[in-house]
Design a binder for this molecule. Structure first.
Ligand code: BDP
Length: 712
């Protein structure tokens, strides 16, 4: 080798080996490696022009552009003295005389308070909106074009969000533990607040703004009333101040019994005037400190949380009391429909619908009912919740889980966009064919202007934010879908991969394949054919189909799978709990029919004999065995594809994902072996010879304990 070649080799090795730690998320702004595109960008971005008296939000946009352009193109973005050719102009018609002179207002009007346009006019790129936050969103979109290496020669983009409230729900406790969190502790350093502003708060806000998330509920739904005391509100105020320029509003969870716990009242009855006054005063106090406070998220009369039913009142009575307090300030109540009673022996899947459906039309107009995607609980796969479409007079807010409580927790790679899309695209038939869940949630089906979507956050103090590097893709996908639910999972994956790893096709393709197959893989090795809630008890880590005899039946696994010597599955048809009847007739008849029910939901709705012939021609027992095995094989495929990227991805991130995939493979086998051995005790049939033998006995798997499993 010549000296030059050696040097080149060493340099290359250095850059490849240099570990990235994932902190920068999808905002890495690495140099554009496509020479002609880089030239195009440099040419187009000679200078920028923004309002001279920049608002904090415009300042954020300009700062982001400068960092990005420096990183992507290696040049300083200069402020233009006047708008000539090749200037990037950003602003509103009010803040930028140049934008005003372009007379864009007619096209801007329909874009509302958050939409934006990115357009090429007279050789200049224009990012225009009606508001500064619209300009910031447009700026991030523009940067995404550069990061994903799209031509910016002739731009003609407009974008508006489908849904108004796009909110992360942090299940973060005041002691910084995170319920169902697998990425370290809570980001909110309550003890050092309000004095110390961790720079991560700013990067958190940047990341959210870059994907259009505009709200954050800081605290756990299993709420602590202390967050509503003055000392904590001082802290919340500081976070709100940090987040404000990024368009991110703060919300808090409100514990229903707060008037008793921190207010010294004897009751929290929502019809009691003193209680009502207490909430009014509390709202006034909060808005005095945080004028743009978003409102309250409430979990009431669910899993031991107090609520209006403690006083013989309804969910509407409770929600409306808080809504009345927030209303004068423009705040909203997000009232959760995740309720099921301790006493009621009825199918848990039916209870939310039974409680809420009769209340349609009874909620005040600043209340949204927040409904989980499915009727049980964030399972690897659930049919859509029957409440979607069933309460036309009420804004129905979607709640997805981003943290992977039931999907492999901290170490399994599961790209969740296909799961979110499956639910959003499902047809409720509420107003005939085409009444998708997405149309319920975005308000278009029943003309609601107040609309929302929430994602239970997977973010914590780990350096890369989400613990598993690919957890970042779920935060990203949630934000992108909340803004625009028409995007495909593959498009979103590709954007994320380009920004997170590389714009090279030989990197994009294998990672896309890994991601697109990953959710199905998890379903296959955990809960195939509509099985659900067979995880370990309490922590939900690992398989636990044998869980029985707990203090409540619906916290056991046997309640859900109902395996016996005849078959397996929960009969939710007319001969069973008849939960299918909660769906509109077209859906009910499909799910309720053994022949028509999609096999992916078979055991959700039907108790099926072990000998039942599946579409593949296999008997259910065999089909189940092969499905578990298929899940394991899919993880092996993911491992192989990832291995092929060894020289393409920096060592730090490559090795972490590689190790986690190894854990995932081991745990997929554990799921397969434990579940098949257990279900075999009912089916009495052999596990096919070509499926690897379990390495341990059923007793061994049943005896495993995980006293310190995270997130519990
Ligand atoms: C369940 C979680 C539990 C949450 C609950 C909820 O296991 O930790 O508190 O959901 O959403 O899935 O309220």
């Amino acid at each position: 080798m010549t000296k030059f070649k050696v040097l080149l080799f060493l340099l290359l090795a250095f850059f490849q080996a240099k570990a990235e730690d994932g902190y920068d998320l999808w905002l890495r702004y690495k140099p554009v490696d496509n020479v002609s595109l880089k030239a195009e960008y440099v040419q187009a971005l000679k200078a920028y022009s923004a309002a001279t008296d920049k608002s904090p939000t415009i300042q954020v946009a300009v700062d982001e552009l400068s960092i990005a352009i420096k990183g992507l193109l290696g040049v300083e973005l200069k402020s233009a003295d006047q708008v000539g050719e090749q200037t990037l102009v950003l602003g509103t018609s009010a803040s930028s005389p140049y934008i005003a002179s372009l007379k864009l207002q007619k096209s801007l009007d329909p874009l509302g308070d958050e939409g934006y346009m990115i357009t090429t006019k007279k050789g200049n790129v224009i990012i225009a909106a009606n508001t500064d936050i619209g300009v910031l969103y447009g700026t991030f979109h523009f940067l995404r074009l550069l990061q994903t290496q799209q031509s910016i020669k002739k731009l003609n983009i407009t974008s508006t969000p489908n849904v108004k409230l796009r909110v992360l729900n942090h299940w973060d406790n005041l002691d910084r533990t995170v319920e169902r969190g697998y990425a370290g502790f809570s980001l909110w350093d309550w003890h050092r607040l309000p004095g110390y502003i961790d720079p991560r708060y700013i990067d958190y806000a940047r990341a959210n703004a870059s994907i259009g998330i505009n709200g954050t509920v800081l605290t756990n739904v299993n709420a602590n009333a202390l967050v509503l005391t003055p000392a904590y509100l001082e802290k919340v105020k500081v976070l709100a101040n940090v987040f404000r320029p990024y368009g991110l509003k703060v919300y808090l969870t409100a514990r229903f019994s707060a008037p008793i716990e921190i207010g010294g009242l004897k009751t929290a009855d929502p019809l009691n005037t003193e209680v009502q006054q207490w909430w009014k005063d509390k709202a006034d106090e909060i808005y005095n400190m945080i004028p743009d406070f978003g409102g309250f998220l409430v979990k009431a009369n669910s899993e031991g949380q107090p609520g209006p039913q403690n006083y013989g009142r309804t969910h509407a009575d409770g929600a409306n009391m808080m809504a009345a307090a927030l209303k004068p300030h423009g705040g909203v109540v997000m009232w959760r429909a995740f309720v099921y009673s301790n006493e009621e022996p009825d199918d848990r899947a039916k209870q939310a619908y039974n409680d809420f459906k009769p209340l349609d039309g009874k909620f005040d107009d600043n209340v949204l009912v927040q409904v989980k995607n499915g009727a049980i609980d964030f399972q690897p796969r659930e049919p859509f919740h029957p409440l979607f479409g069933a309460m036309p007079k009420t804004p129905m807010m979607m709640e997805f889980q981003i943290t992977q409580e039931y999907l492999g927790q901290g170490t399994h790679l599961a790209y969740l966009s296909p799961m979110y899309k499956e639910c959003l695209d499902a047809d409720t038939y509420a107003k005939g064919k085409g009444s998708t869940v997405a149309k319920v949630v975005d308000g278009s089906l029943n003309n609601h202007r107040l609309t929302g979507i929430a994602g239970v956050s997977n973010i914590g103090t780990e350096r890369n934010w989400t613990g598993h590097l690919f957890g970042q893709s779920n935060w990203y996908a949630f934000g992108r879908l909340a803004w625009s639910h028409g995007l495909s999972s593959e498009e979103i994956a590709k954007e994320w991969i380009r920004m997170t790893f590389s714009n090279q096709e030989d990197v994009i393709n294998p990672i896309t394949n890994i991601m697109m197959a990953s959710h199905e893989a998890v379903v296959s090795y955990m809960t195939p054919f509509g099985l659900h809630h067979i995880m370990g008890w309490g922590h939900h880590y690992g398989p636990g189909p044998w869980i029985a005899n707990k203090h409540r039946a619906d916290w056991t696994s046997v309640y859900y799978h109902k395996a016996d010597k005849n078959g397996i599955g929960f009969d939710r048809t007319a001969s069973g709990s008849n939960a299918v009847a909660q769906y509109f007739p077209e859906v009910a008849s499909k799910f309720g029919s053994l022949e028509e029910c999609p096999e992916k939901f078979l055991l959700w709705f039907h108790h099926v004999p072990w000998t039942y012939k599946m579409k593949s021609g296999k008997e259910l027992w065999n089909a189940m065995c092969y499905e578990y095995q298929h899940g394991v094989e899919e993880v092996e495929n993911m491992q192989q594809k990832w291995q092929s990227l060894e020289n393409e991805i920096d060592a730090g991130r490559f090795e972490q994902v590689k190790s986690f995939l190894k854990i995932q493979k081991k745990e997929a086998e554990w799921w397969r072996d434990a579940c098949l051995l257990y279900f075999q005790t009912f089916s009495g049939k052999p596990i096919p010879e070509d499926i690897p033998k379990a390495s341990q006995t059923l007793e061994y798997y049943e005896g495993l304990t995980f006293p310190f499993a995270p997130g519990n």
